[in-house]
Design a protein around this ligand. Structure first.
Ligand SMILES: Cc1cc2nc3c(=O)[nH]c(=O)nc-3n(C[C@H](O)[C@H](O)[C@H](O)COP(=O)(O)OP(=O)(O)OC[C@H]3O[C@@H](n4cnc5c(N)ncnc54)[C@H](O)[C@@H]3O)c2cc1C
Length: 213
């Protein structure tokens, strides 16, 4: 799996702190922003999180592209409705790549058997294509481990919900690793926000491993 942060909008924390001040000041945004000190910025971000004034984070939006994610994980991901998605279609492409969990690939015997199974799926798909079946029909034979690509755009408030659910102890391995990569990417650009949000929600996330970088 490969995750790329494609774009980010309104991630500057001084800007978010200025948005918060609009609620209490009649000044225009430019003046509020220009007068905002680093100390005020941190205090305001902390207050926003402490007070659950989370709609402010709806102005902050991230787009990630995830390559070689399983259909298991894309199904879990798209259950998060407050986001936008664009996914590779199996109506127009063949599946010839499958995702094996790290925890499964450690077992050489299982890995070998899976390879035989996946080769069988690919060969069966070819046979069906030769018999004149369309890709739209053939996709019904593919397992949930089929590799897919998906583009996801999510605002930070919805991302907080995603992260708290998918970083949890009982979350599935693949979606958890996606949540971890999202979290660490966001922390780089919004360190104050992620610090106070994580503290409030008792979230502790390790740095990405080499394979996740
Ligand atoms: C560990 C785990 C196990 C799971 N197991 C299952 C399972 O077995 N079966 C299953 O079907 N799903 C399962 N889910 C999926 C889960 O039920 C949610 O669909 C998914 O986590 C998306 O969360 P969400 O609805 O909060 O997110 P979003 O859809 O992004 O919604 C964000 C928030 O907006 C609000 N919201 C959105 N839509 C509505 C609405 N229609 N009405 C009221 N409020 C709304 C809610 O406050 C919601 O939390 C599981 C999730 C986790 C994390």
């Amino acid at each position: 799996m490969e995750i790329t942060l494609v774009s980010l909008v309104n991630t500057e924390e001084k800007l978010i702190a200025s948005f918060a001040k609009i609620c209490r000041s009649k000044d225009n945004l430019e003046k509020i922003y220009n007068e905002m000190t680093d100390k005020d910025c941190e205090r305001l971000i902390k207050n926003i999180i402490d007070d659950n004034h989370l709609s402010l984070f709806e102005h902050t939006v991230f787009t990630f592209f995830i390559k070689d994610i399983s259909r298991v994980a894309t199904h879990q991901l798209i259950r998060h409705r407050i986001a936008s998605y664009t996914q590779l279609s199996e109506r127009y492409t063949n599946v010839n790549n499958f995702c094996i969990l790290e925890s499964m690939s450690n077992n050489e015997e299982v890995k070998k058997q899976l390879q035989i199974f996946y080769n069988g799926v690919v060969n069966f798909a070819k046979e069906l294509e030769e018999k004149g079946l369309s890709k739209q029909q053939i996709r019904y034979i593919y397992p949930q481990s089929s590799a897919s690509n998906i583009l996801v755009t999510m605002n930070l408030r919805s991302m907080f919900n995603f992260l708290s659910l998918r970083l949890a102890k009982d979350a599935d391995e693949e979606i958890k690793s996606i949540a971890k990569i999202f979290y660490n990417a966001i922390k780089v650009v919004m360190p104050i926000t992620m610090k106070y949000w994580s503290e409030k929600n008792n979230i502790v996330v390790e740095e990405n491993t080499d394979s996740e970088k």
